[in-house]
Design a protein around this ligand. Sequence first.
Ligand code: AMP
Ligand code: GLY
Length: 431
Amino acid sequence: MRVLVVGGGGREHALCWALKRDAPDAEVFAAPGNPGTAQLGTNLAIPATATTDLVAGAHHHKIDFTVVGPEGPLAAGLADALRSAAMPVFGPNRSAARIESSKAFAKQLMQRAGIPTAASRTFTALEPALAFIGKHAEPLVVKASGLAAGKGAVVCARRAEASRVARAMLADGAFGEAGREIVIEDFLKGEELSVLALTDGERVLLLPAAQDHKRLGEGDTGPNTGGMGAYCPVTIANPGLLERVRRAVLGPVLRELAAQGAPFQGVLYAGLMLAADGTLTVLEFNCRFGDPEAQALLPVLPGLTKHLADIAGGAWRPEETTLRGTRAAVATVLTAAGYPDKPELGGPIIVPRDLEAGTLVFHAGTLRDPDGTLRVHGGRVLTVTGLGDTVAEAARRSSDACELISFQGKTYRRDIGWREIREARAGAARG
Ligand code: AMP
Ligand code: GLY
């Protein structure tokens, strides 16, 4: 089997790693990949956005199926192009990827399908947006409708701040085209959950829920980022809750997409808010694996990539409807100093060879010099996944390894999984 993974982040390294785990004889290609994927297969010097070149590359290398990691290429129509060339691909067509690439579209879809989501309105003109903000309760949330690498949602404590953000997006082009349309919505309180499911558009296979830590600082403080760490399993996401997500969210949204002529095939990611009273609300959808959720989920789901291949090939008949992880996993992202605004690049990285068993290091923003030196090449540099019998044990392993890896300006959160660990301690104390 010859597989192409499109993308070059930690998620794509984890995908390549999982493919080799599940099918050791598989030949893995990554485009463009990174120094981590280079250790598992062949990197092709094709950017993830170069649709035509990717199709030609897949053809040239006789790829049996392609997995598209990031949202950008999906939104640009890479899956459509591969399908048109009769090449199996795991990932939605452009029309279905709009569930992520346009928050305005996702909101409309949810309203039509009766899926619970924060009350919102969409604007392309500044004056009506400011008028709406003027009458809105505080806090409130302003979001760029288009793709913004996880940084386009701004939680505003005050209306004045919301007005500034709306102006920056609509009038000053702060997020480029992505911010020319904005969604303004109610602020929701609760605990966030990432529920991911594999689907061929009809059948749904739920993965264990994960929890992402989007804020830069420990204790969930500071600005939103692409993700500073993730863990699984999440105890509050019990089987009953996951079934509610299937029934009230995933089923209806897949049917609505199909009804609109945009059936979704790939991994559908629901970002949810669970309120203290048990109410479940959708914050967003993504049309791909989360990063860093993938670096926590893939290691504890042996056999997962067979599902990806079968879905891509159109021959998927899963026996189960839910997958359970074999262990707990905590994925901590090591970032460069200055991330997310202005990461400092270029410093050498040392990853010790003898990290403890049960530790996985996935590359993202790294570059290998011709002399073999590994260097910082992006804001999110590495993801370090610790495995364990409990989230606490997995977190300890991840943190220990993060401590041992060195590069100038290394920054990370030492509290990934803190809610779960606190709850487990409280549970143990209650007996
Ligand atoms: P999104 O890109 O829509 O997932 O938003 C990114 C992050 O912003 C989410 O993971 C939440 O932490 C926060 N967020 C987004 N929408 C809301 C909301 N309506 N209420 C509270 N927090 C939100
Ligand atoms: N970790 C959040 C995302 O991938 O969008």
